[in-house]
Design a protein around this ligand. Sequence first.
Ligand SMILES: Nc1ncnc2c1ncn2[C@@H]1O[C@H](COP(=O)(O)OP(=O)(O)OP(=O)(O)O)[C@@H](O)[C@H]1O
Length: 248
Amino acid sequence: MSPGAPVVRLRGAGRTFGATAALQDTDLTVHAGERVALLGASGAGKSTLLSLLNGSLRATSGTVEVLGQEMTGLASGRLRALQRRIGTVQQGLDLIEQVRVVHNVNAGRLGHWSTPRALSTFLWPRESSEAQRALDRVGLDWALFERTERLSGGERQRVAIARLLVQRPELVLADEPVSSLDPTRAAEILRLLHEPEEARALVVSLHQPELARRHCTRAVGLRAGRVVFDVAADQIDESLLTELYELT
Ligand SMILES: Nc1ncnc2c1ncn2[C@@H]1O[C@H](COP(=O)(O)OP(=O)(O)OP(=O)(O)O)[C@@H](O)[C@H]1O
């Protein structure tokens, strides 16, 4: 996508779970090259918004357009094709614990490979050079053939980022991707999530406003399922944060 093109366009989007309105009447446009931080207290609707954007949840009202396609009502084959262009780092990471790291990293390419190639790679990981390069970039150059379950929480988080790097997505969605990392590693990972040469857009939920200020271009504050501010990241100030996080 060329820089400046809309990657995400939500119009009046909402999602309910029974009587709970997790997200309400949300308008949001994100352009290629933007790095948008989602801020808000626990339960504010950040994960719900990210799930609408990657198609793992459907909106119950309004429209959700991603990479030029309206997601609501998209047939499952077309949705899967669109999801190959979207890289997601979930809070739970979605790694297979019992296999070696190389398999988890290569999972980022599975949507692009034929079934025989994917299966043969799983049985014998010949396709390891790209996985190795991705691991080098996240500081896990030693981990290619380690068993995933032996890694620490922070190391597993970096494996999930390496999987994203081999996928080469046009839109990156990350749900608290640096929650178990030390500050230096967190800064490195946030930099990796927005490789500038690929003009990709990033939407990332963060619990540390300081990281949003430093690594994002824009900050969207959510409170009780509604957008309460949408500002340039360097405009985040104490009064906005107090409004966002104060207990009701
Ligand atoms: N599958 C679900 N079923 C029922 N309620 C849900 C479901 N998913 C989210 N909710 C509710 O929707 C609201 C928003 O949740 P969401 O997970 O989007 O918040 P969040 O801002 O990501 O929180 P956190 O920072 O704790 O991850 C909460 O009240 C939550 O309980």
